[in-house]
Design a protein. Sequence first.
Length: 151
Amino acid sequence: MVLILFVGLSCSKDDPDPLVKQGGPFEISELAGNWEAITASFGGDNVYVDVVDEGGSVSMTVQSSGRFAMIIDPTDRPAYTVNGEMFWEKFEGEFYFAIEWDDYPGDWDTYGATLSATTLRINGGFDSGEYDFDNYGTFESAGLTFEFVRI
């Protein structure tokens, strides 16, 4: 009897839906491969930068699991790498594209995302990313927009 009660409590309807790799507008595994940004913009309080427009580059390699490594290479400082995992957050029957950045384990943000045969677009609101706008070594909260083409 105790075992049945424990199972009933651990599978409660109040538990949030799991984070998933399938079921959204596209399968996360479809992102597997190499991507090059044609737009990589960050915006904060009265400041905006597009790394690609300024002559830099952003590339990303994605595994079929959704794990990724993104290399951001601005023209005015050394390149750096950010890592994370992409997935779908299922909430109240809807799927939201989400990224958990390795620098913030257990925490994730949701983004607008579209995928065509050759293009991935990711848009995040304020505080959905970070960028060191003044190049002083401190990252500030920023909104972000990436447009990648498959290479």
